[in-house]
Design a protein around this ligand. Sequence first.
Ligand SMILES: [Zn+2]
Length: 81
Amino acid sequence: MRILYKLIPMNASSAKYGPCEICGKPTSDVYHLSVSYQMSDHTAHHKNIFGCRECLEARVSRAKKESEAQRGSEIGEGAAS
Ligand SMILES: [Zn+2]
């Protein structure tokens, strides 16, 4: 599975899009994080998160670290595919 992240500025504040979905605080600059899960059978699943840039960037870097750790353990276990 491949995961693609796209961070898109909405050019609007929480007055329009509501508070950050991660920290729950209002922000003057709402960003849209588009997460796209590309499955091995060529289907894709999407997840959308709206929030402040800091929270979304932190979410992406944590997710990337987790997926690297996961891949590492798969190799370690010698998973058959
Ligand atoms: Zn936030």
